[in-house]
Ligand binder design. Structure first.
Ligand code: AMP
Ligand code: ZN
Length: 285
């Protein structure tokens, strides 16, 4: 298999894009993909003071490396959940990543708040999610950051959506946005710079770039059934994840009602469709 761009030996076969690429061309392709995504959806802005949440896994490691290559300035935050060897290894990966990239790593331990995840009974994962979101936001605000970026991927978003729809819940919409602005002064913005990138792409990127990352999942994590379903569909219908996501984002953006900047009536975009229609006539006249 040869690289479609330069003819060298290919290392990545991207079925969703119908191309095979060598390691160099893949890094270029991936970097451009993330850059375009950030710009298109305004995921990171010029005056942002960015905090990157890194877990020690491949996704957030890839995010840190690509953002640094794109010239972004940021610090990183690792939250030590106190889950035995798993947390110790993850922390070590995050520390090595920080050394390799030359980016400051901050660490907060859940034990500082008197919480011990391993001692919880029942829904450990949702408690852990709550704790992570709380600490990310509080640490960011108290230390002057304006946005927290996480390494959520395209599969994370699509599986989250399907799981919620299948469970009859519809309070999913907000989580699907690539950037969420704060609606209260105690909140900082949330950004997902890798929301259009797949886990496989992050994995290839992290391996080619020789980034340190922990491959094992958290021992408390349940089997990711919905993600497996998403992988199955993708296998049978390459491009499914990307296309589905694009549709979802469009749907959500279209639901974003506001007032038309020309006539003041309710509108789905900056200018209402009636004013856009009127503008066409003005152009022609
Ligand atoms: P997960 O929910 O484990 O799939 O993680 C999603 C994203 O949340 C990761 O890509 C990180 O950006 C962030 N994250 C998860 N765990 C941690 C952690 N222990 N410390 C800091 N950030 C984390
Ligand atoms: Zn090539």
């Amino acid at each position: 298999m040869k690289c479609k761009k330069c003819g060298k030996k290919a290392v990545a076969s991207l079925r969703a894009y119908r191309i095979s690429l060598c390691s160099e061309c893949f890094i270029e392709f991936y970097t451009r993909l993330v850059k375009r995504s950030i710009r298109k959806y305004g995921i990171l802005k010029n005056n942002d003071i960015i905090l990157l949440a890194v877990s020690g896994g491949k996704d957030s490691a890839a995010m840190a490396s690509v953002l640094r290559d794109l010239g972004y300035d940021f610090e990183m935050l690792y939250i030590d959940l106190g889950i035995g060897d798993y947390s110790r290894d993850s922390r070590e990966k995050a520390e090595r990543l920080s050394e390799i990239l030359g980016v400051k790593l901050n660490t907060v331990s859940l034990s500082e708040y008197g919480v011990e995840i391993a001692k919880l009974k029942g829904k450990i994962c949702s408690a852990c999610g709550t704790a992570k979101r709380y600490i990310m936001n509080r640490f960011a605000r108290e230390n002057g950051f304006t946005v927290v970026a996480t390494g959520h991927t395209a599969e994370d978003l699509v599986s989250f959506y399907l799981k919620n729809i299948a469970g009859g819940q519809r309070d999913y919409a907000e989580k699907l946005l690539p950037r969420i602005e704060p609606f209260d002064e105690k909140l900082v913005a949330r950004a997902k710079p890798l929301f259009e990138v797949s886990e496989k792409e992050n994995m290839i990127y992290a391996i080619v770039k020789k980034l340190p990352f922990k491959a094992e999942e958290c021992p408390f994590a349940p089997r990711p059934e919905w993600k497996e379903i998403v992988y199955d569909i993708e296998l049978r219908k390459p491009g499914f994840v990307k296309n589905f996501l694009r549709g979802l984002i469009q749907e959500k953006r279209e639901m974003d009602f506001r007032h038309c900047s020309i006539c003041g009536e309710v509108s789905l975009g900056e200018i209402c469709s009636f004013c856009r229609l009127r503008m066409k006539f003005q152009d022609n006249l």
